[in-house]
Write a protein that binds this ligand. Structure first.
Ligand code: AMP
Length: 429
């Protein structure tokens, strides 16, 4: 038989990386609690129809889709938003607004594997449902910034745009939704020339072409200057202008924060998922050219799943990329400084006693490994030493008669006898 390997795009996280991943997940959960987001757990497998409904061609074409044994068309979730929108349209229909939902788990996309791009990856997802005001958009941006910083990343930067700016212009020029989606997909890939040509084919005016050509150049860190230029360009397009104003209000809130977030505005910035209706954003760090997270406003999504018209804004963070970013920046979270103990019975007769001592230690929160290989003491202690354990507790007949055991400091290579009822004190000091 040939040697088994993981599937292409799938990978194992071994203890060191798994520990970092869990640290990042713990951070995401802590941030969710700090902002009042309630965690829910949704299925990995959903109907194809639900997941495909508004995912955008890009994600749709990369879904792990199959027929289950009952002949149903199903797929592995490529993101959480569709599942959350399903709940908002059904179970949470009568929930008082606003409400805040948090999901954390693995998602699946048949992407071309490369650095930071896998077919199974982890996301933390925050959705703020029922609020249309800029404060809600700002909350999502600010909590994202906090999560990235608390995970330990440095020099986090945020790129912000607003799909309403370009869509507003295209709508006014009579470009229908389907054609707009195709234009936005090209914009998402930064193929601005092709995007504008496509819009031209849909019949936009010459003036509009000029406006779009200049708009996609509007970007930079002097966010309010960029906003002014956008306003000037969009001045004849009512809906587009409203979108620029909305973006400005969000930026006012975000940059007015004590901990000023490093933001830049990019007027031609679109995102692959079709459901966005307003502000969109992505997070970056200098050493990685791929986004660590992204999100935005999607006011029409819940309606699409049969719910009432419900404004919503959310974000998904790519936790594998946060991990990669931490590795790039050499920011390993500290290992737990807890003591580790190996418990060794000298003879078979002391096995049950040894287990009782292990229990006593574990009840006090100490990590204990028991001897399970039936080895001689020298071998077993050498092994505990090699695995960098702190102490060995040696349980022998003679000591047990005096309610004692031997404690050996594996680092200092010293040992002495201690009464069992003093053992915890001894380990704590
Ligand atoms: P999206 O739902 O496409 O906005 O993705 C949200 C975040 O998930 C992105 O910003 C990435 O950080 C992460 N992500 C997307 N695709 C992948 C992938 N194939 N592998 C790892 N992370 C990904």
């Amino acid at each position: 038989m040939s040697e088994f390997k993981t599937l292409r795009g799938m990978r194992d996280l071994l203890p060191e990386e798994a520990r970092m991943m869990i640290f990042i997940q713990d951070t995401a959960r802590r941030v969710a609690r700090l902002y009042g987001y309630k965690e829910i757990i949704t299925p990995v497998v959903e109907t194809y129809e639900l997941l495909a409904a508004k995912a955008g061609d890009e994600v749709r074409s990369r879904m792990f889709a199959f027929k289950d044994l009952g002949g149903r068309d199903v797929a592995l979730r490529p993101e959480f938003t569709a599942s959350v929108a399903r709940l908002v349209a059904t179970t949470f229909k009568n929930e008082a607004k606003p409400f805040r939902i948090f999901c954390l788990g693995s998602v699946y996309r048949y992407d071309e594997p490369q650095r930071g791009r896998h077919r199974e990856f982890w996301q933390s997802d925050y959705e703020l449902i029922g609020a249309s005001r800029p404060e809600a958009d700002a909350e999502i941006l600010i909590l994202t910034d906090r999560l990235m910083r608390e995970a330990g990343l440095k020099d986090v930067a945020m790129k912000i745009g607003h799909v309403g700016v370009i869509r507003g212009i295209l709508s006014q020029e009579g470009v229908d939704d389907r054609e707009q989606n195709a234009v936005m997909q090209l914009m998402d890939k930064k193929e601005y020339g092709s995007a504008i040509s496509l819009a031209e084919k849909s019949g936009i005016s010459e003036k509009c072409v000029k406006v779009l050509e200049q708009l996609v150049q509007c970007k930079g860190n002097s966010v309010f200057e960029v906003i002014d230029r956008m306003k000037e360009l969009a001045k004849d397009y009512g809906k587009s202008l409203e979108s620029v104003e909305n973006l400005k209000q969000i930026l006012d809130l975000v940059t007015g924060n004590d901990d000023v977030i490093n933001v830049s505005v990019d007027a031609g910035f679109a995102r692959g998922l079709e459901y966005y209706t307003g502000m969109v954003f992505e997070m970056f760090i200098p050493t990685l050219d791929i986004a660590l997270g992204g999100g935005g406003r999607y006011d029409k999504l819940v309606e699409l799943f049969g719910g009432e018209s419900t404004p919503a804004v959310g974000v998904a963070h790519g936790l594998d990329r946060v991990l990669l970013g931490l590795q790039n920046q050499k920011m390993t979270p500290k290992a737990e400084g807890r003591k580790t103990v190996f418990v060794f019975p000298i003879k078979e007769e002391q096995r049950a006693h040894a287990l009782r001592i292990s229990k006593l230690l574990r009840d006090a929160g100490i990590m204990v490994e028991d001897e399970v290989m039936g080895r001689k003491m020298t071998k077993a202690l050498e092994d505990a030493d090699r695995r960098k354990m702190d102490y060995a507790i040696i349980v022998g007949e003679r000591e047990l008669k005096e309610e004692s055991v031997v404690i050996r400091d594996l680092k200092k290579r010293q040992q002495h006898t201690v009464k069992i009822d003093q053992l915890l004190n001894e380990l704590r000091t």
